[in-house]
Design a protein around this ligand. Structure first.
Ligand code: CMC
Length: 429
């Protein structure tokens, strides 16, 4: 809805631009027609650019608010479960008991992967990073479902969504099993989504397996907290890839690649690597000083966020869960966790972090929690990808179901002006 007009004057010309209002959040100046005036906008890192309209997730970074389809993340994390949240993100409403039951059944129906997929794993080195395997395997799913890849068919889109959400835990656990040389464990559809994932990770064919329910709940919460986060780097990547008409498996694979970096989903892994590098409480001050030094590239991993300039609401929930897990397995006094808690305490009192509003983000606590559960560090981002798949799919589906255009950013070109090709013989060394 247009709420008012903005005026942009360049030389002697004034352009009138609509200011649109959403249901929440700041007004958005519609610059779609600006290019006709001969100008583009320049917005490094998309600080001020809304690239789409969406009804799925809302963040108020100043107030520390995160809503999935209008529901506060704190309520979902404490009262819901991951599959119910998946239904909500995909369909816009919480399910009725019957809808929930049917949805769980449908997801369970898609947990197995084609037997040929197991062969892909053998092509990787045992020490391959599981994210590298996941990017490849998820992209390769396109090769198995070419009969349901018509992106303009809502039924094809729906079945792809179920396949992706159903298979991600299986694919993720297979990455781990492959790295340690254990046999792949098939999914157990009578278990909950989180329980089944932990079963595929840790069970072996030789003995019965049971896991502490506190850990299952913690994993389910990690899934809920990571399920969607509006137009972050990986989601924007999925939308951009999707805008070309690429199939959903290719788009999600692109999203996994974007998630991998330490500024985004790779931060949970980077937190643990950083804690190991710091090594001892007595070194914390040295590393805090490095993080504050503008000439040092070191940053405190798990601190700061592009959008949250207040406490990350996911971090509040995750902190609580982290302590529950540490209590449940009696790890509060383990040196690495003591170090993490001391680092959190010192950074939260430091003027640099206070002034720049750098609070611990979700990855600070999810990294510590996953490590306490015994998940190897290089699997952390894989777990983030598993959980974010529903958000990526929901955002992709929302885009394809509405009018959209090929995503094609412009640039501020600062290279050479046109010049003539010189024969190689005439060029000096
Ligand atoms: N440690 C030290 N200084 C920092 C940090 C940090 N973690 N984060 C930001 N700063 C400083 C930064 O140097 C800059 O200082 P100055 O104003 O003097 O130039 C100022 O704070 C603003 O930072 P920015 O880089 O302009 O902010 P950004 O919005 O581009 O960066 C960020 C956001 C998440 C990339 C950054 O805070 C960071 O690198 N954090 C560590 C990595 C991390 O934990 N990422 C996970 C994000 S949460 C998971 C997810 O949603 O993907």
């Amino acid at each position: 809805m247009v709420i008012k007009k903005a005026r942009l004057t360049i030389d002697d010309k004034t352009l009138e631009l609509d200011i649109l209002s959403g249901s929440l959040g700041p007004g958005v100046i519609d610059i779609n027609s600006l290019f006709k005036s001969g100008y583009f906008t320049y917005d490094l890192g998309f600080n001020s650019t809304a690239a789409c309209e969406s009804k799925i997730t809302f963040i108020d970074g100043d107030k520390g608010v995160l809503l999935y389809r209008g529901y506060p993340i704190e309520q979902l994390a404490s009262q819901s479960n991951f599959l119910e949240v998946c239904y909500l993100l995909l369909n816009g409403e919480l399910p009725t008991p019957k809808q929930y039951q049917d949805f769980c059944k449908e997801i369970a129906h898609h947990t197995m992967v084609h037997e040929q997929i197991s062969n892909f794993y053998n092509g990787f080195r045992r020490d391959a990073h599981p994210m590298a395997i996941m990017v490849g395997v998820v992209g390769a799913l396109s090769a198995f479902y070419h009969d349901t890849l018509d992106i303009n068919n809502p039924e094809h889109r729906a079945i792809s969504a179920l396949r992706l959400i159903g298979k991600m835990p299986t694919i993720a656990a297979m990455c781990y099993k492959y790295s340690i040389g254990q046999p792949f464990m098939p999914p157990q559809n009578h278990l909950s989504y989180a329980d089944n994932f932990l079963h595929m990770m840790y069970a072996t064919p030789c003995e019965k397996f049971a896991i502490n329910p506190v850990l299952v709940r913690a994993i389910d919460r990690i899934f809920i907290l990571h399920a969607d986060h509006e137009q972050n780097a990986s989601t924007s990547t999925v939308r951009l890839a999707g805008s070309t008409g690429a199939n959903p498996f290719a788009c999600i694979s692109a999203g996994i690649g974007a998630l991998w970096g330490p500024a985004h989903g790779g931060a949970n892994e980077a937190v643990l690597n950083m804690l190991q590098e710091i090594g001892d409480i007595k070194h914390i001050n040295k590393y805090i000083a490095r993080a504050k030094d503008p000439n040092d590239t070191f940053r405190l991993m798990g601190f700061g966020h592009r959008v949250y300039k207040n406490y990350d609401p996911r971090a509040k929930v995750m902190r609580e869960t982290c302590h529950e897990v540490l209590d449940a397995i009696g790890l509060h006094d383990a040196p690495i966790f003591k170090l993490a808690m001391e680092l959190e305490r010192i950074a939260l009192q430091d003027d640099y972090f206070i002034e720049k509003k750098l609070y611990p983000n979700v990855d600070f606590y999810s990294g510590i929690t996953l490590s306490a559960i015994g998940i190897p560090t290089n699997m952390f981002t894989v777990i983030f990808a598993l959980a974010r798949t529903v958000g990526w799919v929901a955002q992709w589906n929302e885009m394809i179901s509405n009018p959209y255009r090929l995503g094609r950013p412009r640039q501020l070109y600062t290279g050479y002006k046109e010049r003539d090709y010189k024969d190689i013989q005439k060029r000096n060394d």
